[in-house]
Design a protein around this ligand. Structure first.
Ligand SMILES: O=c1ccn([C@@H]2O[C@H](COP(=O)(O)O)[C@@H](O)[C@H]2O)c(=O)[nH]1
Length: 235
């Protein structure tokens, strides 16, 4: 398993245009955080912005959560690798053949992005999951999909920090856990349902903490980022 140093804080740059994103990126430091580009920003701006963020020195997690037939997913993951992103993801619920195809698609690349499987979205409660026909608890379903992702040779999963200890026990300490649903103490959860504070997530063993609105909606995003980093060190 590849090892690496570097920031564990991933800021979700959920903006609708390049200008807003770049304004905040210039206030952040690649030595303190990495950047996550998701569906809103990528759909609005395309690959050019990824290049610009990488030119500023940031590692980029392209969070497009691919979920399609194996061939299409594999091609999409290869296109992401071509962009030079640091991390890319697919939905683990796309199944074994889909995840294996995604992993195989990265074999030709010398510098491979981390390939991560999304388990159960952190916005989902037990009730939300049951509405999709899944009658396991979120914790059970996350573990089930994490085990499947591990079996397919993925590098780790997206999950909530609440599930990290169980995943690490089952899949091993080197299997990466990327955890959105991070909220500083006393802040609003918004649409997130399975949340933890930065300090709790670090204590639970999360490898990478994904934080969006608490930074991007702050009056001073750089100061909000520094506060979260301080809270991560408070463990
Ligand atoms: O299970 C998941 C998977 C991805 N996300 C993404 O992370 C950020 C979280 O943003 P906040 O503003 O901190 O809630 C966002 O880009 C999601 O698309 C997730 O939240 N949960």
């Amino acid at each position: 398993m590849r090892q690496e140093q570097g920031p564990r804080l991933l800021v979700a740059m959920d903006y609708s245009n390049s200008e807003d994103c770049l304004k905040v990126a210039h206030q952040l430091s690649p030595s303190e955080c990495r950047l996550k580009v998701g569906k809103e920003l990528f759909t609005a701006t395309g690959p050019q912005l990824i290049e610009q963020l990488m030119t500023l020195g940031f590692d980029v997690f392209l969070d497009l959560k691919f979920h399609d037939i194996p061939n299409t997913t594999a091609k999409a993951v290869a296109s992401a690798a071509q962009l030079g992103v640091w991390m890319v993801n697919v939905h683990a619920s796309g199944g074994l053949r889909m995840m294996e195809a995604a992993r195989e698609a990265l074999v030709p690349f010398q510098t491979k992005p981390w390939l991560i499987g999304v388990t159960v979205l952190t916005s989902m409660s037990a009730e939300d999951l049951a509405q999709t026909g899944v009658n396991r608890s979120p914790q059970e379903q996350v573990l089930y999909l994490a085990d499947l992702a591990k079996q397919c040779g993925l590098d780790g999963v997206v999950c909530s920090a609440q599930e990290v200890p169980t995943i690490k026990r089952s899949c091993g300490p080197e299997f990466l856990t990327v955890t959105p649903g991070i909220r500083p103490a006393n802040s609003v959860a918004d649409d997130q349902r399975r949340v933890m504070t930065p300090a709790e997530a670090v204590a639970a063993g999360s490898d990478y903490l994904v934080v969006g609105r608490p930074v991007t909606k702050a009056i001073d995003p750089s100061q909000a980022c520094r506060q979260i980093l301080q809270n991560m060190r408070d463990v």
